[in-house]
Write a protein of this length. Sequence first.
Length: 565
Amino acid sequence: MPTIRDIITKEHMRQAEEAAASRQYTSRDPLIYADERELGLSIRVQGGSARWVLKYSGSTRVLGSLSEITSPTAARALAVETREVMRSGVGDDARRFVRQRRSGKTTEEAVAVLARQRAHADGKWRWEDLARRYPDEYLSRPRKTARGMRMPSAASAAEARRYLNDPVVIEHLGGRLLMELTRGDFERVRDTLLDVHGRKTASRQFVSYSSAAMSWARRYFGGASGLEGVDRWWVDTIKRDETLPTPKARMPEIDDLARTLYLAETTRVMPGRRIQKGTSEVVLCALWWIAITALRAHAAVSVRRSHIVPWRDAPEPGWVIASFRVEDMKGKRFFALPIPPRAALLLERVGFVADPESEFVFPAQRRRKADGDVPISRSSPRLLLERLRGRPANPSMSREDEIRRGQDLLDGIEHFSTHDLRRTFATVCSDLAVRGDAISAVLDHADGSAAAPSMTATPTRAEVTRMVYDHSQRLALKAIAMSAWCDALFSACDREWSRHRTAVRRPLPRRSGEPYPDRPEFRPDVPWYRTIERWHAGRPKAPTSLGLAAARARRQAEEDEPEDA
């Protein structure tokens, strides 16, 4: 095996090419030009090939042919880089590095490819892993906070999945390792969602969920995710100003709310609509319930019959307590709300028409077998307001087409949602000089107190009662705000109904021995709560299903009788 040791030059390369063309050297007896400037670098000629070769620590790596590496200087530079890779002692890294360099990549690009391939082999997380594991393993499970255990939020988990797996996100980040992502990658996704697709919410929510997910992965799975020791650049990715929602200050005045409730009661079939189906009594009662309780729609319509218990320490007979599961509350805390006697009559009203077999106070009337027993959708009260404004249920219609479809019965009332009623509640109570802590308690604003323990999936009435009374729910404090609010709301409704009353129709007296009706007869010209109170006042004994006191109903009916009645 002839070996020529010298500082390799272009002349040596020319000689090696001629030797390869002659094919006089074989694999058993090759011709070698060993470079004395770069240790381990040589040109090996065998058969019809002449290639640059690097030997290091007992291993040999082919750097490339003379046609691929066309100068000794380039060969020496590649040899230095390859030796550093071989020094790491990882299997085929050097071969992969050389392949990348020969394909035209820079040293930095080749090293990045090498790191990426190694990370893939080690199972480091890709974007799809983060988008799956963060909702499944964090948002969908109970977690400890400074205030106790925070129950999982199915809505938040579903929302995170939607925005982290958005087609635009997958197009830009799909298949990529978390460790190779940059702030620029996140900003490109954010800007594409906004500037190209015009999706403000998606742009804003992507920044929120991606930043939270990356921080979670780095904190709990730094090694597995590949983010260990990585600078937290994602926290500096900010939302675009134009995507930030404008703080909402809209709210109906209490007289406008009373007018809305009157129109909902008296206009069951919306004028100008092709479908002449009347408003469901259950949905109408749900709208009243949201107005009375100032609850968020989802929690309000999800209340269960077994979660309504009498208030044994109430300031007067007829109060009940409605309690709500941890899973149904935004704050993920058990919540109990005292309901004044007149407002509690709404539970009796809906009980006349709702499915008695359902566990929910406001059960869905049309059910799919797969759904089973479920409450009405939280959107049902909102859609009722939309119908009163003459807008169809089809969300794909333009605003102009919507307005042309029907008469706006709420003309003159500023647009509001069911959630905006919470501001009306707070404002009215504040104007009535109700204590601020009482208002916050009803609205279930965080106060730093420890979270209450959660109920089981199917709690008994005894368990509900224990939860209400054993854990401090500040019932007396909440009752202050609830009493003031309900008095103001029902007074506004009395004024609204009186404005529309043209003639008073008194029910004919019952004949002696005639059976008392088993349910009141509701009329649009009389508020439903007065109808129920009069019905109770004439009954031979008090109802017991919800612990309501007939004496209270009779006294209320006499004291609050409108002058024109």
